[in-house]
Design a protein around this ligand. Structure first.
Ligand SMILES: Cc1cc2nc3c(=O)[nH]c(=O)nc-3n(C[C@H](O)[C@H](O)[C@H](O)COP(=O)(O)OP(=O)(O)OC[C@H]3O[C@@H](n4cnc5c(N)ncnc54)[C@H](O)[C@@H]3O)c2cc1C
Length: 423
């Protein structure tokens, strides 16, 4: 046993070193802020919310004065104006300290990313765009001035969340707005969000339900007819509190729309990287599992006796394998978040599927290896690794790009060009 003091390695170093990854000074500054916030605010609270399966709303309250609730709100409205790549990098930094907060933050941020920079790149008539700009300002003011928190429930338990059919939650047009009816499962932030950014199918009397008529509506949590049901006691990501939402004859005004009618569907076809935004959390978890292992084997983990285990060749081999997996994951992920744009090539979309699969599967594989390598004490609930292990297992299950769906598309789209069939 070696109990000598050592110079500690920095487990809070940037996940993507600004000089190596050619980040701008502004990006580096924002990422450092996210990292400081994660370490100071998220990490100390993560174990309690995981144990109790409670939502860390105080993390979101603390994000407000830091500007983090408005990270993707364009600067002209007073937000931080982060682009897709910058947001993804910031979310990966938060994911290192609390997966559940980073994942829930993603749901909130997407309501601003989709209505903001992504909508700006979609086609729409000038009058529709003018209305959209006015409407989104209402949401942005609520977030920036009042600290409002938005959820993003789209899953329903059927084929809609995978993009196969129209959403079963329907918005019937009425005078001045819509009447919404439906059910959303796995609604992260349920019971804590101020608004539910729900995807629903606009469907008038006698009209067929069509994907192109998807609406993205911000439904106030306190609107009549909104309720939260069901238990929440899952394997991992327990702090997301993703219970079931019921909408029963909920009236929402026209200006609740986060995107104009038809624009969500256009974005699905033209901005597919919008579905990659669940990966940053898991990129952060992969780094956290690796950092834990290095720290543990060097005898530097806070709260643990300074016992070194690094001298065993089996440990060195395991860490080498983890490092390989981590660098491979970081490389493909950084590439895809950097090439995200409208109308990507087929090659770019295929790489996005490959990155999604790689991040989600490797985050868990690295956590599995971390537990085996560090040994029995590493899986105690007094340490963060077993939470990272459970949280990381959830990544592959997230629709619309589950690990299985990514594999399915990679195989099919490699061998078949659009329209090709076998006799
Ligand atoms: C911690 C956590 C938080 C979540 N938060 C949110 C949230 O905030 N908002 C939200 O909308 N959703 C959220 N989800 C839901 C998530 O995105 C999925 O919708 C959910 O996990 C699907 O579960 P299911 O059992 O209904 O899947 P099913 O639809 O029953 O699918 C089961 C599996 O079958 C495969 N499959 C499904 N459809 C196809 C297809 N067309 N082709 C090939 N394979 C297919 C997939 O691999 C899938 O994993 C969350 C999930 C978790 C675990």
């Amino acid at each position: 046993m070696n109990v000598m003091n050592v110079d500690k390695i920095d487990t809070d170093a940037p996940l993507f070193a600004p000089d190596a990854f050619r980040l701008t000074d502004a990006q580096a500054e924002l990422l450092a802020k996210a990292r400081r916030f994660g370490k100071r605010v998220l990490a100390p609270r993560a174990a309690k919310h995981d144990r109790e399966a409670t939502f860390p709303i105080e993390n979101f309250r603390d994000m407000h004065p830091e500007g983090l609730l408005g990270i993707c709100i364009p600067k002209e409205y007073g937000g931080l104006g982060a682009d897709y790549q910058t947001y993804s990098l910031a979310a990966s930094e938060l994911g290192r300290y609390c997966g559940a907060t980073a994942l829930s933050w993603n749901m909130h941020v997407c309501s601003t990313l989709w209505s903001g920079p992504i909508s700006d790149e979609m086609d729409m008539p000038a009058d529709e765009r003018a209305t959209h700009l006015k409407r989104r300002e209402v949401h942005y003011r609520r977030i920036l001035d009042d600290g409002a928190v938005y959820a993003q429930p789209f899953s329903e338990g059927g084929a809609a969340a995978a993009g196969a059919v129209a959403f079963g939650t329907e918005a019937r047009p009425v005078d001045g707005g819509y009447i919404v009816n439906g059910k959303k499962i796995f609604a992260s932030l349920s019971g804590s969000a101020d608004y539910y950014g729900a995807l629903c199918t606009r469907r008038a009397e006698g009209e067929e339900a069509m994907r192109r008529n998807t609406l993205y509506l911000a439904i106030p949590a306190n609107a009549e007819g909104v309720s939260v049901t069901g238990e929440w006691d899952p394997l991992g990501m327990r702090g997301t509190v993703s219970r079931t939402l019921i909408f029963k004859d909920v009236f929402v005004p026209d200006d609740a729309a986060l995107m104009p009618p038809g624009v969500y569907y256009q974005a699905v076809l033209r901005w597919p990287h919008m579905f990659l935004t669940l990966t940053p959390t898991y990129m952060g978890l992969a780094q956290a599992a690796y950092d834990f292992t290095v720290s543990y084997l060097r005898g530097e983990l806070p709260g643990m006796p300074p016992v070194k285990r690094r001298m065993f060749p089996t440990k060195q081999l395991a860490v080498a394998e983890m490092k390989l997996m981590l660098e491979q994951t970081k490389a493909i992920w950084f590439q895809v978040i950097s090439e995200a744009r409208p109308n990507p090539s087929k090659d770019s979309v295929m790489r996005a599927y490959a990155a999604q699969y790689t991040v989600m599967e490797n985050a868990n594989a690295i956590a599995v290896k971390a537990i085996r390598t560090c040994g029995g004490q590493a899986m105690l609930k007094s340490l963060p690794l077993e939470r990272i292990y459970r949280d990381s297992r959830c990544g592959s299950l997230m629709l619309p790009w589950t690990a299985e769906i990514c594999m399915d598309r990679l195989g099919k789209e490699t061998l078949y060009e659009p329209g090709e069939k076998d006799e």
